[in-house]
Design a protein around this ligand. Structure first.
Ligand code: DX5
Ligand code: ZN
Length: 218
């Protein structure tokens, strides 16, 4: 039951301050890395992670939306990233899993909304986190794609049956309405960008999302 604010929706000119404002309600930070090729947007890379590392102790999870993630793993590890998540759409991820382990990075695999869950299930044993994209990657603030919930529920069943330690994470369009749906389908980690950083009080917004997803037992 974790909340991962996505800094894509923060103000990059005051990134450390924005992170500080949400830190008390964040279990980890989601860092969207885009190269302008794999997705039609360009964001941040290892130098920003390196700067951020000096300003927060939060787990930094880098979602690599790039054509060549293998070329960047060393730099992200060196910059202080805790984990990297790569896309199955790029082909066989296993060689990169091994590199991530060698570098001490947590291993994440993700897939786009239209990619069948069968494409990622064969790797469950090798993962720390399986990420479900619930928007087409590239931009914050898009509408949640509900069909992803079926894929998430299917993976949840397999993970529970096999008692695997992998965490299931969902990314895109998470807000007060969709967070409970994602939690009910079996998500362990909710990524939220605009719903947190575009709110007047980002920490309160993160807390409300958490409570909507996993109501506190009274
Ligand atoms: C989209 C990114 C997401 C994005 C989510 O490509 O991978 O992490 O920041 O933003 P929201 O929560 O606004 O949909
Ligand atoms: Zn992301």
């Amino acid at each position: 039951m974790k909340i991962a604010p996505s800094i894509l929706s923060a103000d990059f000119a005051q990134l450390a301050e924005d992170v500080e404002r949400v830190a008390d309600e964040a279990d980890l930070l989601h860092v969207d890395v885009m190269d302008g090729h794999f997705v039609p947007n360009l964001t941040i890379g290892p130098p920003v992670v390196k700067s951020l590392r000096k300003r927060t102790d939060l787990h930094l999870s880098c979602h690599l939306m790039v054509d060549n993630p293998g070329d960047l793993l060393d730099d992200f590890a060196e910059a202080g990233a805790d984990g990297c998540t790569i896309h199955i759409e790029l082909g066989d991820p296993r060689p990169l899993f091994a590199r991530m382990r060698d570098l001490g990075l947590r291993v994440g695999l993700t897939h786009n909304p239209e990619t069948p869950v069968d494409a990622v299930l064969p790797y469950l044993d090798e993962l720390d986190v399986l990420l479900f994209m619930s928007v087409n990657p590239g931009f914050g603030g898009q509408a949640f794609i509900p069909s992803v919930l079926e894929k998430l529920a299917e993976a949840r069943t397999v993970v529970d049956q096999r008692r695997l330690p992998v965490e299931l994470e969902i990314d895109g369009g998470i807000n007060l309405e969709t967070a409970p749906q994602a939690a009910a389908a079996g998500a362990d980690i909710l990524v939220a960008g605009s719903a947190i950083f575009h709110a007047d009080d980002p920490a309160a917004s993160a807390r409300r999302i958490r409570e909507a997803a996993w109501p506190p037992k009274s």
